[in-house]
Design a protein around this ligand. Structure first.
Ligand SMILES: Nc1ncnc2c1ncn2[C@@H]1O[C@H](COP(=O)(O)OP(=O)(O)O)[C@@H](O)[C@H]1O
Ligand SMILES: [Mg+2]
Length: 373
C-alpha cells in the first residue's frame, strides 16, 4: 500500500496542496517540510483520519471532529483527493462534502457503509456537523474510482489497517472531540485531563501512536510474547525457542553498549551498562530522551508488525541529536523497509539523508540553505 498523491484544495490552513510521492523512489521515505504553521500536522492528520476512520463505523466520530468547521456554502465542496497504489493499480479516493438538504438520495442510506451509486461507482457517506449547534447539516461522501467493485470492501479494510500516524503526545489532534481539545488550555483535574482523553482515543484507533517517554508497555509485552513463543516451542519440539534471546539481541544493537532485560516479575524492564569490565545498573535518568524515543519507535514498528504500510510520522526528530536526525532514515530503512514513510519535519539533517527530490514542501517553505553548503 502506497500513498501516491494527495490533493487538498482548501482545508483549514491547507490551500491548493498537491503533492506526489513517487512509487519508484528509493527509499520510499519522504520528508515533508514547511515553516511552523505551514500545515504539516494538519495534512498528516487529515490523511490519517480519512483513511483510518471513514470506512469504519466505530471510528467515524473522530472524523466528524476533524471536519468541525468544514462548511459547504453552495453545491459541493471538495475536501481531498487521495491516490493509493494498491496491487499495481492507482485507486482514487475522492472526498467531498455536500449539504444534507441537497442530498435526499444520500439521506436514506446507512452511514459508514458502502452503497452503489450507479455506473459501478461506490460511495461511502456520513453526516457531520460543522457548527457549534451540533446539527448534522452536512454529509461527507467518498467516491472510489479505478478499482473492481468486488475488491472494494477488502481494499478499504486493508487500507484502514495499513495507515499509521505517530506524533508527539504534546500536539493538538484535530480528530479529538472539541471538549477534549479544550482541556489543553485548562489546568488538569483528577477526573478530567487532556492525556486521559488522548489515551482513550488511542485505545480506539489502533493505527495511532504517540512517542511516549518510553514505550514500557510495548517493551514488556513484546518480551513476554517472545518468552511465550519460546515456551510454545518447547512444548511442541522439546527445545526452548530463541525468540527472547533474539529480541534482546536486537534491542542491544539499538541501544549500543546498554543491555535491556525483563524484570523477574515480567512487568518492568531494567537497563545495564558494561563499563570497564563491570556491569552497572542504569536508572531512568541515565538514558537520554533520544535513546528512549528511538527505542520506542523501533518497538512500535516491531510490536504491531507494521509492514507494507503507509506510516505518517510527525516531528520525528524532536529529542534527536543532529547525527541521529540523519541516522533515523537508515534506521527506518533497516527496521521496516517494506513501509512507505512520510515524515513531517523541520530538520535539514534528516532531509540531507535523502535526495532533494524526496523532500516535499508546503508553503511557507523552509528557508533555503546556501547551495554552497
Ligand atoms: N480553520 C483554520 N483555518 C486556517 N488556519 C487554521 C485554521 N485552524 C488552524 N489554523 C492554523 O493552522 C496552523 C496549524 O498548522 P499545523 O498543521 O500545526 O502546522 P505545522 O505542523 O506545519 O507547524 C496554525 O498556524 C493555525 O493557526
Ligand atoms: Mg506540526
Amino acid at each position: 500500500m502506497r500513498l501516491l498523491r494527495v490533493q487538498v484544495p482548501d482545508f483549514r490552513v491547507l490551500q491548493n496542496v498537491d503533492i506526489t510521492f513517487e512509487k519508484d523512489f528509493f527509499p520510499n521515505i519522504f520528508p515533508l517540510g514547511s515553516q511552523n504553521g505551514g500545515g504539516k500536522s494538519t495534512l498528516l492528520q487529515l490523511i490519517f483520519g480519512l483513511l483510518h476512520c471513514s470506512y469504519n463505523p466505530d471510528r467515524v466520530d473522530f472524523l466528524k471532529n476533524l471536519l468541525n468547521g468544514f462548511q459547504v456554502e453552495r453545491n459541493e465542496r471538495e475536501l481531498a483527493i487521495i491516490d493509493i497504489g494498491y496491487m499495481e493499480e492507482n485507486v482514487r479516493l475522492n472526498f467531498f462534502a455536500v449539504r444534507k438538504v441537497d442530498t435526499e438520495e444520500i439521506e436514506s442510506e446507512n452511514e459508514g457503509f458502502p452503497f452503489s451509486a450507479g455506473g459501478g461507482k461506490v460511495r461511502y457517506i456520513f453526516k457531520y456537523s460543522a457548527s457549534r449547534n451540533e446539527i448534522e447539516d452536512y454529509v461527507l461522501v467518498s467516491r472510489i474510482d479505478n478499482i473492481d467493485i468486488n475488491q472494494i470492501e477488502s481494499f478499504l479494510k486493508d487500507l484502514a489497517q495499513k495507515i499509521f500516524l505517530a506524533a508527539p503526545a504534546t500536539q493538538v489532534f484535530l480528530f479529538l472531540a472539541t471538549n477534549s481539545k479544550k482541556l489543553l488550555f485548562r489546568e488538569p483535574t483528577k477526573k478530567n485531563d487532556y492525556y486521559s482523553h488522548l489515551k482513550d482515543a488511542k485505545s480506539k484507533l489502533p493505527g495511532f501512536f504517540t512517542y511516549d517517554f518510553l514505550a514500557v508497555e510495548l517493551l514488556t509485552k513484546s518480551l513476554r510474547a517472545a518468552i511465550a513463543e519460546d515456551m510454545r516451542e518447547v512444548t511442541e519440539t522439546g527445545k526452548y525457542g530463541n525468540s527472547y534471546k533474539e529480541l534482546i539481541k536486537d534491542l542491544h544493537l539499538i541501544l549500543g553498549n546498554k543491555k535491556i532485560n525483563l524484570e523477574p516479575d515480567f512487568y518492568g524492564v531494567n537497563f545495564k551498562l558494561d563499563k570497564d569490565g563491570e556491569t552497572v545498573e542504569l536508572y531512568p535518568e541515565d538514558l537520554s530522551h533520544g535513546e528512549l524515543k528511538r527505542l520506542s519507535i523501533y518497538m512500535w514498528l516491531k510490536y504491531y508488525n507494521i509492514e507494507n504500510a503507509i506510516v505518517l510520522m510527525d516531528e520525528i526528530e524532536i529529542a534527536f541529536h543532529p547525527d541521529w536526525q540523519y541516522q533515523i532514515i537508515s534506521d527506518l530503512k533497516e527496521w521496516a523497509p517494506s513501509n512507505q514513510y512520510i515524515l513531517a519535519t523541520h530538520s535539514y539533517e534528516l532531509c540531507q539523508a535523502l535526495t532533494p527530490a524526496h523532500v516535499k514542501e508546503l508553503e511557507p517553505k523552509l528557508l533555503k540553505q546556501n547551495p554552497s553548503n
